[in-house]
Design a protein. Structure first.
Length: 384
């Protein structure tokens, strides 16, 4: 329910000619109604099923995509699932970005200023998204735009392999080939967009100044639709009847909110899939264990552990705890981030990662204090 509300809130923020318009939201006791703009041309994907588009046509769609994405970023919105299936075409042949179900707002960033939820469509996702070291939502969207441009011109994906691990390795190395019919300028632009290093990847501002992009582009400013209080029923008000009628939405004392692991998270947990070495040489090791105990029981056990070891504990985000030492160590105060994930309701994954202090002190605390104290709730430690 919270994700649906979030998607609606995002769509309220982005009113632009190249974004599908949400007119109204209504909710009954059992159903939610979203009144949206009708886009009669269907998915852009349908136009490339028989092969790539002419360069001028692909350029027009790409120009509109970049303008729409740039507008989203200016509103603090990151789409995170840009692909031809989520791009629609109206009756006048204009592109409309749709499906903000995986989008994130700027306030979703953690203290490091990055996003950490691994999501999107495998073939279009940026390499840093699955590296588990955090990513810039804007840079990740730019990568996806580059993949979309390649697909529009080629009619097929730049990164594809029947083996998912191998496909991610190709993405991490940006290993792809250009078809012979790609122009020199198009190749040059795509190469700058599909840079596996997000720091050196081209920005939208620079894309808009690119010679290939600017060809035939109108400088006429697209006027976005102002968001006013009376254009859309308040999201919370629309859901009031639904929330009040369902007892399942009430907070339960025997449960806590934790992050759910999706397929990308599970893939990234495998060391064979890890791309973190491409972006971070000194990657900090983490310890993980699985538990059949409830999230509440795990937190309670960790709180007991902290008291026993005379440490401090803080709650940071959903399912995230921060354990800190009371005294300065060799490299400052030792700090450990503990994050709890739900694999399925009956199985949780707990990740412990040193965020500050000396690595040797962390390893000794883990071996002599933490692991023995948690043995009652641990099903298995990763690597054992």
């Amino acid at each position: 329910m919270e994700r649906i509300k979030r998607e609606i809130s995002v769509m309220r923020l982005v009113r632009h000619p190249n974004i599908v318009h949400l007119f109204e939201v209504m909710a009954s006791k059992g159903k939610i109604y979203l009144v949206m703009e009708y886009v009669k041309g269907g998915e852009l994907f349908d136009k490339i099923t028989k092969g790539g588009l002419q360069e001028d046509v692909a350029r027009k769609y790409f120009q509109q995509l970049v303008i729409a994405v740039d507008y989203c970023h200016s509103r603090g919105v990151y789409h995170r699932d840009l692909k031809p299936e989520n791009l629609l075409v109206d009756g006048n042949g204009n592109l409309k970005v749709s499906d903000f179900g995986l989008s994130a707002l700027a306030d979703s960033k953690r203290q490091d200023g990055l996003l950490h939820t691994i999501c999107g469509t495998p073939a279009y996702v940026a390499p840093e998204v699955i590296s588990r070291i955090g990513y810039d939502g804007a840079k990740a969207d730019i990568w996806s735009c580059g993949v979309v441009l390649y697909v529009l011109l080629a009619g097929f994906l730049p990164f594809h392999d029947s083996n998912l691990m191998e496909m991610y390795r190709k993405i991490g190395r940006s290993e792809f080939r250009f078809p012979s019919w790609f122009s020199y300028d198009a190749r040059k632009l795509i190469s700058k967009i599909l840079d596996p290093n997000p720091i050196t990847r081209i920005s939208i501002a620079t894309i808009k100044e690119n010679k290939w992009f600017k060809k035939g582009f109108s400088d006429k400013k697209l006027k976005s639709k102002a968001v006013t209080e009376d254009t859309l029923t308040d999201v919370a008000a629309a859901f009031n009847s639904l929330d009040s009628s369902s007892s399942t939405n009430e907070a339960k004392q025997d449960s806590v909110e934790v992050t759910n692991l999706n397929a990308f998270d599970i893939i990234a947990l495998s060391t064979g899939f890890s791309l973190s070495g491409l972006f971070q040489k000194d990657h900090k090791k983490e310890a993980r264990f699985t538990s059949k105990a409830s999230a509440l029981a795990i937190i309670s056990k960790i709180e007991d552990l902290v008291k026993h070891l005379k440490l401090k504990i803080k709650k940071k985000d959903i399912g995230v705890l921060k354990i800190e030492g009371c005294d300065d160590g060799r490299k400052g105060v030792l700090a450990i981030d503990v994050e709890i994930f739900e694999v399925i309701p009956a199985l949780h994954l707990v990740e412990m990662k040193k965020s500050n202090g000396d690595t040797l002190e962390y390893q000794n605390l883990l071996k002599e204090g933490i692991r023995p104290a948690l043995q009652d709730i641990v099903w298995t430690w990763q690597g054992d």
